[in-house]
Design a protein around this ligand. Structure first.
Ligand SMILES: Cc1cc2nc3c(=O)[nH]c(=O)nc-3n(C[C@H](O)[C@H](O)[C@H](O)COP(=O)(O)OP(=O)(O)OC[C@H]3O[C@@H](n4cnc5c(N)ncnc54)[C@H](O)[C@@H]3O)c2cc1C
Length: 390
């Protein structure tokens, strides 16, 4: 089967690039290995800076109807400390929507835009084919080969695989593992998004759709192992749940009486860093191109915005030569770095402080004395930096 572009992965990055290219006249295939709807390890908060993109994608109205309340205040829950500060005002306020709903809406919009969605189907390998490539996929109907001049990797960064865009496997003591749960019956101001600090990790909570509270966090692999040694009968997620409750007054108030809405999910290790946006003749969007520590809750926005920036860089030449792809790759890489590099570095600094107990104690005291530091941190995280549309 022949397409102009094949996109691997229908998370927010992949679906955005697929929709934007299809609207620009490209014949696009989108490959997704999971069946939707599916829950995902993610805090589910979407910054206001992405709303103009969501609107252009055609799901803005739906998103607004379904998402949780506007997040107008940030907070820090650390030990006995509970401090809050205003969210910086940009183009309005961000809100949270479950990834089971958001990713499904985006994939459905891709289909409505004329994208050929292969789901469930996994991209297994890539091979050169004249001036383009062949993507070998395996789905419920068996195997198939998709030919295209443009290949976009949007498969995320947490799972190993055989494509040149996959990251090498990693297993280190200091790895950060991601966890996520939804709760019903939680107690938290509707407009508040607290950052949670706990020994060996950090996380966040926010109201999402349908009265669900979304809790997500990262914890060091060795700290989690220690927690489990202390309570050998407990699962990893139960040990983490207990650790969070023991670590912070704010989290006890918020979820002490709440009940889990579905099982805990785990993923990782996460792979923060800045990577190539175009290499091995593969364009990369979302986490594949670069990933911030989730402490700033910007990964969905970076995925959506990078998907849009890539479609802008590729333009309307639906059969670009290798040289044209390299030129588009350079334009995209430059736009990507202008938009995201600063916040990835800021998030690395914030996470480093949160994970180093003495620094976290000093930062907590400073924030208690000057809560506006939280607002400044949100600005440095890109919460008031929308993309430029061309
Ligand atoms: C604990 C935690 C909390 C977070 N909280 C937030 C938050 O509140 N707000 C925020 O903005 N970001 C948050 N993030 C980050 C955010 O989840 C990611 O940055 C975002 O999901 C990246 O989107 P993506 O499209 O690049 O990849 P993904 O969302 O990972 O999507 C990749 C898709 O590709 C599919 N796939 C993978 N391999 C293949 C293959 N070989 N073939 C076909 N399909 C494939 C997968 O099934 C998946 O659907 C958080 C992350 C963590 C770990």
């Amino acid at each position: 089967m022949r397409f102009d572009a094949v996109v691997i992965g229908a998370g927010p990055g992949g679906s955005t690039s697929a929709i934007a290219l299809a609207r620009a006249g490209w014949r696009v295939a989108l490959i997704e290995k999971a069946s939707f709807p599916r829950r995902k390890v993610c805090g589910e908060f979407l910054s206001a800076t992405s709303l103009p993109v969501i609107d252009r994608l055609g799901i803005g109205e739906d998103w607004r109807a379904a998402a949780g309340p506007e997040v107008r205040r940030l907070a820090l829950f650390a030990g006995e400390r509970v401090v809050d500060a205003p969210m910086p005002a940009g183009e309005g306020y961000g809100r949270a929507l479950g990834r089971d709903i958001l990713d499904l809406k985006l994939a459905e919009e891709a289909k409505r835009s004329g994208v050929a969605l292969f789901q469930p189907a996994r991209a297994l390998s890539l091979a050169p084919d004249g001036d383009g490539q062949i993507v070998h996929i395996e789905g419920s109907d068996g195997e198939a080969e998709l030919q295209a001049s443009v290949v976009i990797a949007a498969h995320g960064s947490w799972e190993p695989g055989a494509l040149a865009s996959h990251l090498p496997k990693r297993h280190e003591r200091t790895d950060l593992l991601g966890f996520k749960a939804h709760f019903h019956g939680a107690t938290l101001a509707r407009d508040l998004m607290p950052l949670l600090a706990c020994p060996g990790g950090y996380g966040g909570i926010v109201w999402a759709d349908g009265g669900r509270l979304s809790l997500s966090c990262c914890i060091r692999r060795d700290v989690l192992a220690e927690l489990r040694q202390r309570d050998p009968g407990l699962s990893a997620s139960a040990a983490l749940h207990r650790h969070l409750l023991a670590s912070s007054l704010g989290i006890r108030r918020a979820i002490g009486e709440a009940v889990l809405a579905g099982p805990w999910l785990a993923a990782g290790p996460i792979r923060p860093g800045i990577r190539a946006a175009y290499a091995d003749d593969i364009f990369r969007v979302g986490n594949v191109a670069g990933e911030s520590h989730p402490i700033i809750a910007e990964g969905i926005s970076m995925a959506i915005q990078s998907g849009w920036l890539l479609a802008q860089a590729l333009g309307t030449d639906t059969a670009p030569s290798r040289a044209a792809r390299q030129r588009a790759g350079k334009r995209y890489e430059a736009a990507w770095r202008r938009q995201f590099a600063g916040r990835i570095r800021a998030a690395g600094l914030f996470a480093g402080i949160a994970l180093h107990a003495p620094s976290a104690a000093v930062a907590g005291a400073l924030i208690a004395a000057a809560p506006a530091i939280l607002t400044l941190g949100a600005r440095l995280s890109g919460k008031t930096k929308p993309i430029a549309f061309v």
